[in-house]
Design a protein around this ligand. Structure first.
Ligand SMILES: Cc1ncc(COP(=O)(O)O)c(C=O)c1O
Length: 348
């Protein structure tokens, strides 16, 4: 697969001399070494030593799990960090832009604006599908990255794989398929397409189905040259040792993760049956994720009434096309039951 790194990343960063961390300066061939190189405290705590800057062991494990070569994997402090690093790496401030498809995940826009990068929008259709002709209308050579979360946040639906392939075939910049909710989805991951599309970047996270939101671990899968470049510009120890240990442990518990996903999907089905019966819920949009978007009569009022009853949902109404909606995460059975009781109390 042909990939010219120079045409994707900022020229000023191409020649950047990366910081060489202490732990990268020698190759440990399995010997026990006396470490006097990094000004650490020599007395043992769980994390008195700096972590592996390239997370070799964890990457090997994830690479096997996801069936990709380890050199196509990059780990970040949550997907949020990766989104920011990718924009910073590829877009010239005050010149380049990213393309987003509202209603969409809010961090793409925040990260772009933080780096002085423009944000071009091609809204989804009324039923939250990709509008391919609108996308091609707004594409210019300055648009460097297209961000597509699927399943989409906040709408919860997945996009048609054929439409995503059309975009990969027609857009010459990077296409980021953000699969934060892929474990809940009936669609296949796009990781298998990496060998066909050098401009494809897939990101996933340990924050959702994997149950490690507090540990902050994102995974990005892309062409090896892009991964090498990201490794050069990242902070030396962006993944801490407690997170590495938690992720390694979670990888041993995938049966448990699968049964939790199964449980959540069953709970989602129950909510999808019950929510439309609530008199002020006008629409319950189809979900392919672990949350449901519902249309209500007055989202601000209903949000406050739920808060009064001790239940926090999200009010994404300021997003284009999401007026008077609430986004509800599928919880445990007793939590979902409490939600339905609270909603019924609000009917009178
Ligand atoms: C589509 C999407 N991408 C990425 C993220 C962020 O994930 P992380 O917790 O790994 O930063 C979220 C979080 O809500 C999300 O909805």
């Amino acid at each position: 697969m042909d990939f010219n790194l120079d045409s994707y990343v900022r020229t000023s960063l191409l020649t950047l001399q990366p910081y060489q961390s202490a732990r990268e300066e020698f190759v440990n061939q399995g010997r026990k070494m006396i470490l006097l190189d990094a000004n650490e405290n020599p007395f043992e705590t769980e994390s008195n030593r700096y972590p592996d800057p390239l997370q070799v062991d964890l990457k090997e494990r994830i690479a096997k799990w996801k069936r990709v070569p380890p050199d196509q994997l990059y780990l970040s402090n949550g997907s949020d960090e990766f989104i920011s690093q990718l924009i910073m790496s590829c877009c010239e401030p005050k010149q380049d832009s990213i393309l987003i498809l509202p209603p969409t995940f809010g961090m793409y826009q925040v990260a772009a604006r933080t780096h002085g990068v423009g944000v071009v929008e091609a809204p989804l259709t009324k039923d939250f599908q990709l509008d391919l002709s609108e996308i091609s209308n707004v594409l210019t050579p300055q648009v460097k990255i297209l961000f597509i979360p699927t399943p989409n946040n906040p709408t919860a639906n997945s996009f048609e794989p054929e439409a995503l392939l059309t975009l990969l075939n027609t857009f010459s910049g990077l296409v980021v398929i953000d699969e934060a909710y892929v474990e809940f989805s009936k669609e296949e991951s796009f990781i298998s397409q990496l060998e066909h599309y050098p401009n494809l970047v897939v990101c996933q996270t340990f924050s959702k189905a994997q149950g490690l939101a507090g540990a902050r671990l994102g995974m990005a899968f892309a062409h090896p040259k892009l991964i090498q470049f990201l490794n050069r510009i990242k902070a030396p120890y962006n993944i801490n040792s407690l997170t590495i240990a938690a992720a390694l442990k979670r990888l041993e518990e995938q049966d448990r993760v699968l049964s939790q996903v199964d449980y959540i999907l069953k709970e989602r089905m129950k909510l999808e049956t019950e929510l439309p019966k609530i008199s002020f819920i006008a629409n319950c949009f189809p979900s392919d994720a672990n949350f449901i978007l519902v249309k209500v009569d007055n989202s601000a009022l209903r949000y406050d009434q739920l808060i009064d009853q001790g239940i926090v949902v999200r009010n994404p109404s300021k997003n284009r096309g999401c007026e008077n909606t609430l986004r509800i995460t599928v919880g445990r059975a007793e939590e979902n039951k409490a939600l339905l009781t609270a909603l019924k109390n609000m009917e009178s």
